[in-house]
Design a protein around this ligand. Structure first.
Ligand SMILES: Cc1cc2nc3c(=O)[nH]c(=O)nc-3n(C[C@H](O)[C@H](O)[C@H](O)COP(=O)(O)O)c2cc1C
Length: 189
């Protein structure tokens, strides 16, 4: 069973990310093959990077870093639920990525971006890709971009537009396939 962490990459108290993350986690659970853990970046509440040593050393001075490290380390794969702010990804999420290094390495990741406008945050996902590659993650070939997010959040949470569940299923299939590949590579090493 692949341990999949679905990370809500937003910190605003009224963020649309929470209902969307809930829906993504539900879909992943229903698909099967994943042990799903939703992670809310707001509750992780990391400060700006305050570690004296580089993350690549794995020497962490602060308990908040050790906790974050343990949480990320316990995942085999991720889905990042990513808002777009001013055409890019959010500063708190980049900060959370930079806190760690080895914990991300080799792990598959699918991206579900979203925005108020018509792009669905695809430019933020594009911007994040080189960062993910730089830290040795394996991004899924497919991604999902959810446009017009404010209109999709109602009293019952996120209301997926037609076709979105199928698009997400493609991303989850990619992530699952990359996770299997990683397991084989680890066994062969
Ligand atoms: C600082 C900020 C910048 C934003 N910039 C954009 C933008 O460039 N394009 C867009 O379509 N929506 C933009 N939005 C709207 C967000 O995509 C939309 O409000 C989304 O719900 C924000 O995610 P959040 O609810 O998780 O904070 C912006 C919102 C914020 C708070």
């Amino acid at each position: 069973m692949t341990r999949l962490h679905v990370i809500s990459a937003a910190t605003r108290p009224t963020s649309s990310s929470r209902p969307l993350t809930h829906w993504v986690a539900e879909q992943a659970h229903a698909r099967g093959g994943f042990e799903v853990t939703p992670v809310d970046l707001a509750t992780i509440a990391l400060p700006f990077l305050d570690e004296p040593e580089y993350a690549s050393t794995g020497n962490y001075a602060h308990q908040h870093t050790r906790d974050w490290s343990a949480l990320v380390d316990s995942a085999d794969a991720f889905v990042f639920v990513l808002p777009m702010y001013n055409g890019g990804f959010t500063a708190p999420f980049k900060n959370a990525i930079d806190f760690l290094y080895r914990e991300w390495q080799g792990k598959p990741v699918g991206i579900v971006s979203y925005s108020a406008g018509p792009t669905g945050g695809a430019p933020a996902a594009e911007m994040l890709l080189p960062v993910l590659t730089r830290i040795g993650m394996r991004p899924a070939e497919r991604s999902v971009a959810v446009a017009g997010i404010p209109d999709l959040i109602g009293p019952n949470g996120f209301q997926a537009p037609e076709g979105l569940a199928e698009e997400l299923a493609g991303v989850l299939d990619d992530v699952a396939a990359l996770a299997v590949l990683r397991t084989h590579e680890t066994v062969m090493a």
